[in-house]
Design a protein around this ligand. Sequence first.
Ligand code: GCW
Length: 684
Amino acid sequence: AAEDGLNGWLRYAPIPRAKCFHKKLPSSIVALNATEGSPVYTARVELEEGIKGIFGKELASGTGNGPAATVGTIHAFVEENPTVASSLPGLIEDGFFLNVSHGNVLILGQNERGALYGTFHYLSLLAQGNVSDLLLTSNPDAPVRWVNQWDNMQDGGTHGSVERGYGGDSIFFWDGWVREDLTRAAQYARLLASIGINAVVVNNVNANASILTPENMDGLARIANVFRPYGVQLGISLNFAAPQLLGGLSTFDPLDKSVIDWWQGVTDQLYRRIPDMAGYLVKANSEGQPGPMTYNRTLADGANLFARALQPHGGIVLFRAFVYDHRSLNQTLDWKADRANAAVQYFDGLDTEFEDNVVIQIKYGPIDFQVREPVSPLFSHLIQTGTAIELQITQEYLGQQAHLVYLAPMWKEILDFDLRVDGKRSVVSDIVSGKRFNRKLGGYAGVANVGTNTTWLGSHLAMSNLYAYGKLAWNPSATSTGILKEWIKLTFSHDPQVIDVITKMSMESWPAYENYSGNLGIQTLTDILLGHYGPNPASQDGNPWGQWTRADADTIGMDRTVWNGTGFAGQYPPEVAAMYEKIETTPDNLLLWFHHVPYTQRLKSGKTVIQHFYDAHYEGSATAQTFVPLWQSLKGRIDKERYEHVLFRLVYQAGHSLVWRDSINMFYFNKSGIPDEAGRVGNH
Ligand code: GCW
């Protein structure tokens, strides 16, 4: 059963009545130009193993009797069949074409990676019991579909931990080095390829300069080697001060000639080892990390330093917008201080300054992966510069995989949000894909933080988030439930009850978590000093991190209006700014994000803020109680090991949600002195 965890949704488990389908399957397989270790070669292996696993049917190599599967690039196919060229569809990079007809299968990619993606798509249909004829052209919505790992190479001299990782140690690093055994790295690449991910940044954005020693560059090349058969490219995070820390220079000023030369040298050495390296990820001038502003240079000077070094090699740099100076934030002295303002303030005026191969990587909200945030307004400020949205698959503030929280519905709300730039439809997914502002580069960065645990993320159910991330990066118009049902079928079973129950629990999980943690846009209310886990609303004020609620005896919420507050609402285009400026037009679920109001303020629902707090915490935790019997109804329908593993977590979640409910309700009851209308709070 550990294998079930490791293979995730790629189990190729036998399906019911498998034999009946044999006639609708190919009998042999031709892989075009499949050199060993290439993605097309992998595609052939997956087809053979998949069809054998799912249906018990062995494919013969080469053309034989009966229907055949052909897989390769469009280019290779046309070379052998010049007459068909005009009937083939147009594909963009990584796209694929799939034609299934009476067991004859044609899978063509725009490139080798696309051919592998088409293969995984076909196998996913088969594993779901779908052998119907089909004609499909599928192109990715955006070119950048990356995963970020926050893996530390070493931690105070010990092993490879993962920052905000809840699934064990790093699969890449140990003791400051790249691991000898990279089996798990290859298995990870396989999972990622099957959902369209094309690159992984393997080390933490809080980067060790030592990743650039010759020995570690050799190690990185070994990681790239195990990724390559899956079409996954390697990226790395850089420490901005590396020229000084590692290179022995007296400076890391991005405009200094010796610094520029140093980075060019390092980049050349990396590409000598890894010619297809994807590029760099950089966190600069944020949370104590060094950056260009250390030398009064702009963030563009910083990003361009790497962009220019990468240009001769075709690489790109993802430069993070998560820039703020936590030391300058003082809540008590300054009503207008607001960390949410930082990104736009730092990047405004730089839009025309970036090199073409720079992509600004922006967290979905202006603060930090909270249970509910408005969309980062920076997406509407960068018009010429490519942008990518940073989503967090690992559930840092969202229960750290000990709570079931299916994130696709939250991501969809963000991706579908219309920023109304220049009064025109400007949904976030069209901005990052490049469509809205007509840009070439952009897309998605998902912080996954898988580890050595055989469940990858520490919980079987959390894997729906990794799956959904890839699916949405490929096609943001896919639906949360559609993606989920597919994942359940592939991961657990075709049994309709299994599908219904896991769908129900998952779809209720984010609203439930929001209800029993922080609602009305107040943020998650986790303990923010100690690990971002469990309730601690008191820690949300007076801290230096600028994650504040400004709760006192009578009032609560951040006033982010232009007329009286931090001015943050004014960072949006006019239509959106006007909506958030007024209490009446701000949606209830973001009320306390934008406004500072009395606890007795009435919501659109007619309830007061404080009564909503009480009720929501009861409702959310009551929902979490139902997950346990729901899951128990699946006993015997899911293998014992995964059944018990999930049950253990759900029982814990049910209990912890009560701790959440009572801590938060008691906290605000004590602060406000306002009784719960239903008489539940404060009576025990
Ligand atoms: O929210 C914070 C996390 C840090 C993380 C940082 C970031 C990698 O708590 O662990 O550092 O965000 O995104 O840079």
